[in-house]
Design a protein around this ligand. Structure first.
Ligand code: IPE
Ligand code: MG
Length: 225
């Protein structure tokens, strides 16, 4: 979800206004995804690197996160949304951690769509953490016995499918430490549209682009026929 700051600055408003506008559009997009049959939507809300932003911006983002869990989550829960937060949640203030756990527990049995929010998340952190967790769970085994499938089971996305379509808004064409392992075969979609302007029509454009891709997963076209 990139481009909130620029969206606001273009309007001569503080960056925080862009974050507020960006967060305000999330609910409608999640519900629209559920309607379209998307089963998993992961939003990159806050990276491990974002802590280095100015303190007031970090606190705006934290405040929005708390507000979101408090206000919008009940409507999303009613719409059948299951919330899963991935990332180093222990890095957040205790009350935010508690809200994250409560929202996850309250929506655990919902099935319309899984809304995965990557918060204090980094792809490298995820892989490193998975290796450490695997070793802790298998103290007798040597790391030479670790397989890709076993590692995947210790990622923050264990039991979730890999990324099919990765959308980046805001004109930048890079991954920026998002779901690195999980995006190995993701189709990439980059758009100049700033996140607060990324609406249902923009989502449909991304899905239409995805629908035209041929996913070969390393095979030849003939093999897929
Ligand atoms: C949102 O957009 C990303 C978050 C950390 C929530 P940005 O804040 O990166 O906006 P730009 O890139 O400065 O426009
Ligand atoms: Mg940005």
């Amino acid at each position: 979800m990139d481009g909130n700051g620029r969206w606001a600055q273009k309007r001569h408003m503080p960056r925080s206004v862009g974050h507020i506008k960006g967060a305000a559009g999330v609910k409608a997009l999640v519900e629209y995804c559920a309607k379209l049959g998307v089963k998993y939507l992961t939003l990159f809300a806050f990276s491990t690197e974002n802590w280095s932003r100015p303190a007031d911006e970090v606190s705006t983002l934290m405040g929005l996160f708390v507000q979101y869990l408090e206000k919008e989550m009940s409507a999303l829960a009613a719409a059948g949304v299951r919330l899963k937060v991935i990332g180093d949640v222990a890095g957040f203030a205790p009350d935010l951690q508690q809200r994250i756990h409560a929202a996850g527990a309250a929506t655990a049995n919902n099935t319309a769509i899984t809304l995965c929010v990557a918060a204090n998340y980094g792809g490298r952190w995820d892989v490193l953490h998975a290796v450490q967790n695997w070793q802790a769970a298998n103290p007798q085994q040597s790391v030479t016995e670790l397989t890709e499938a076993a590692l995947a089971q210790h990622l923050s996305t264990a039991n979730m499918p890999e990324v099919d379509l990765l959308i980046r808004t805001g004109g930048e064409q890079r991954i920026s430490n998002f779901l690195l392992w999980q995006s190995a075969y993701a189709e990439l979609y980059f758009t100049d549209v700033l996140w607060p302007d990324f609406d249902q029509a923009e989502l449909l454009k991304a899905l239409a682009s995805y629908a035209q891709r041929t996913r070969r997963f390393g095979l030849t076209t003939e093999q897929l026929a």
